[in-house]
Design a protein around this ligand. Structure first.
Ligand code: NDP
Ligand code: ZN
Length: 179
């Protein structure tokens, strides 16, 4: 059993770093993938989140969707609560991409408070990435579509973290205009 907060968080960081070790982000400089889940957890901590399971789930949120990690493995290493939050943040990869994107919008309002936190910070991090640099091969239209879609997902997650939501609103105002 994990007995301290630092140990709990570092176990999650170490696990995610090993799982994502061969992956890179889509930005032109091919940033190591692990920067993203660590940055998502950092955004939450900086916004005042102290719930350890939420921060662990943020660190682990893309391991099941994007690596060979199973939910059973997450449960074995980090317990049932972290497993549930990660599960809530994992798309069903058996579905077509467009359907997965539609379901994120439809399902967001029904997620737990903890999963909403992770999803808000995940989108904030990705939108900041897109503001910083356009992924290789993406047209301006595709970038714009991503902002429009992300706004629909985060609108369904609102009401849990005023700081993150304010930071998202600032970006949406910059990119989409005041609407
Ligand atoms: P996505 O549009 O889903 O790619 C965005 C995802 O990539 C993010 O959610 C993020 O997910 C991850 N990511 C990695 N690096 C970055 C980065 N630097 N900045 C932002 N996000 C990053 O890509 P897909 O290839 O999955 O495309 C699926 C959808 O894209 C299709 O359903 C279609 O609608 C649309 N599309 C549009 C095109 C167009 O020209 N308009 C062309 C092709 C597709 P995570 O948090 O999991 O890392
Ligand atoms: Zn992510």
């Amino acid at each position: 059993e994990i007995t301290s907060v630092p140990l709990a968080l570092l176990r999650a960081a170490d696990f995610a770093a090993r799982k994502h070790r061969d992956q890179r982000r889509k930005d032109p400089v091919q940033t190591p993938y692990i920067n993203h889940p660590l940055g998502v957890a950092l955004l939450l901590a900086e916004s005042g989140v102290e719930d350890v399971a939420t921060l662990q789930a943020a660190v682990l949120h893309d391991t099941v969707e994007d690596t060979d990690t199973s939910l059973e493995e997450i449960e074995r290493e980090f317990g049932t609560l972290v497993r549930r939050i990660v599960d809530e943040c994992t798309d069903d990869k058996a579905l077509p991409k467009a359907e997965r994107k539609r379901l994120q919008i439809v399902n967001a309002p029904h997620k737990s408070n903890q999963a909403k936190h992770v999803k808000l910070a995940d989108k904030l991090y990705n939108l900041r990435d897109l503001q910083h640099a356009t992924p290789n091969g993406w047209t301006p239209e595709r970038v714009h579509e991503y902002f429009v879609w992300a706004r629909k997902v985060t609108d369904g997650c609102r009401g849990v973290n005023a700081s993150i939501e304010q930071q998202l609103d600032t970006i949406y105002a910059q990119v989409l205009g005041h609407v």
